[in-house]
Design a protein around this ligand. Structure first.
Ligand code: PLP
Length: 404
């Protein structure tokens, strides 16, 4: 017999993938220069030269078995040690190789953490807008996803609602900063306030409420915005990191889970995460990239082209009258639909070959997501389409006002 819940997930690709596929097929008809595809979060800056060079050297110099063979199931010591050193130099983390589990990207790392926390009646809190896969990951682990509404227009955290919705069953609060889809970064003040609240509630409930810091966009931050290292603010933090976005290598699958010594039951938690990964058949992250990271753990992306895209799009949309969340990080803008509904607005945009992701799946229907990891030229060519859309909305609204 088939598990029809799983069948449903397989049969319905998420709406971002659907839009992306639609864009591809449409490009074949109208020409790629006439499609403005802002759907998929695929990095557009090149992978750093040092990363490619390291991989090529490994391929040419290393013995085949040593390079392509199984690694240690939790990740090679040298790779974990290099990452620990980098965390210590940047954040004074006090990390050791023993605190790190190498994962095939952030997604399986998240699943391993959620599975490690999946006791009966477990609840996982997410702050909207949130990465839509959190729902499927936690529900597949038998956990209840509890959503805290978006705090519009700042996209920080609604503490009163967090407090209301925390229960003795809450195992973790997932934080994603810089945020997909809003591009916002939680401020130090926000994190300190959350830490104080969770400390108080953990004491009240008699068990830790972990923060699960999902950080694939940690290095993608602009201007003078700060991305605080959350374990330094809240000891019961588990970090899930990925090289997908920061080194532009999402197809290669490398990330890690970091369980600091400061976390309650740190060693047992780590072992439960390693065990959950084992039970999911997810061990031995790709060997070549583990070996690459030994020499490249300190690499950071050159953000100049994302920053240029961000400014062009943000300034252009604001000048037209759109409302945009403050875009401090990641490579997304989150924009309020001028007709108040991102579903209908995205559909109107699609009719003009402008592909925008409605915010509904992220838990925030009034806003749509624009991924600016794209060619700058495409942004410039798409601006008149954005203008036509807002002008049409304004004209419709004016007509309705006159009728009523
Ligand atoms: N978490 C967030 C917030 C993401 O946006 C993504 C990917 O887009 C992931 C996790 C998964 O990343 P990975 O490619 O490392 O599995």
């Amino acid at each position: 017999m088939i598990n029809w819940n799983m069948h449903k997930l397989g049969a319905q690709p998420n709406n971002i993938r659907q839009l992306f596929e639609y864009g591809r097929s449409r490009a074949a008809v109208v020409g790629p220069e006439n499609i403005f595809d802002y759907s998929l979060g695929n990095p557009s800056i090149p992978t750093p030269q040092s990363v490619n060079r390291a991989a090529m050297e490994l391929l040419s110099a290393m013995d085949s078995k040593a390079l392509h063979g199984y690694t240690s199931s939790i990740g090679d010591y040298e790779a974990r040690n290099a990452i620990a050193r980098d965390l210590n130099e940047r954040f004074g983390a006090g990390a050791r190789a023993e605190n790190l589990f190498l994962a095939c990207g952030a997604a399986p790392g998240l699943v391993a953490i959620l599975r490690a926390l999946s006791v009966p009646d477990a609840e996982i809190m997410v702050i909207a807008p949130y990465f839509m896969e959190y729902r499927y990951f936690s529900e597949a682990c038998g956990e209840k996803l509890v959503v805290v509404e978006a705090d519009i227009p700042d996209f920080q955290i609604r503490f009163s609602e967090v407090e209301e919705k925390l229960t003795p069953h809450t195992q973790a609060v997932v934080l994603n900063s810089p945020n997909n889809p809003a591009g916002t970064v939680y401020t130090r003040k926000t994190l300190e306030e959350l830490a104080a609240l969770l400390t108080r509630k953990s004491e009240e409930f008699g068990h830790p409420i972990y923060i699960l810091a999902d950080e694939p966009y940690r290095e993608l931050v602009y201007g003078d915005a700060e991305v605080p290292f959350i374990p330094n603010i809240y000891p019961d933090t588990i970090v899930c990191y990925s090289y997908s976005k920061c080194l532009s290598m999402p197809g290669e699958r490398l990330g890690y889970v970091y369980v600091p010594d400061s976390a309650t039951d740190s060693r047992d938690l780590y072992l439960a995460i390693a065990g959950a990964a084992r039970a999911s058949g997810h061990i031995c992250a790709p060997s070549i990239w583990q070996k690459m990271i030994v020499s490249c753990a300190h690499e950071r992306p050159d953000l100049a082209s994302y920053d240029r895209n961000r400014r062009t799009l943000y300034d252009g949309l604001m000048e037209m009258g759109y409302t945009v969340a403050k875009p401090d990080g990641a490579f997304y803008l989150f924009v309020e639909a001028p007709d108040g509904d991102s579903e209908s607005f995205s559909e109107k945009a699609k009719q003009k070959d402008l592909l925008l992701v409605p915010g509904t799946g992220f838990g925030c229907r009034p806003y749509f997501r624009v991924c600016y990891a794209v060619d700058h030229d495409m942004i410039v060519r798409s601006l008149p389409v954005f203008r036509a859309l807002i002008d049409e909305c304004k004209a419709e609204q004016k007509e309705q006002r006159m009728k009523s």
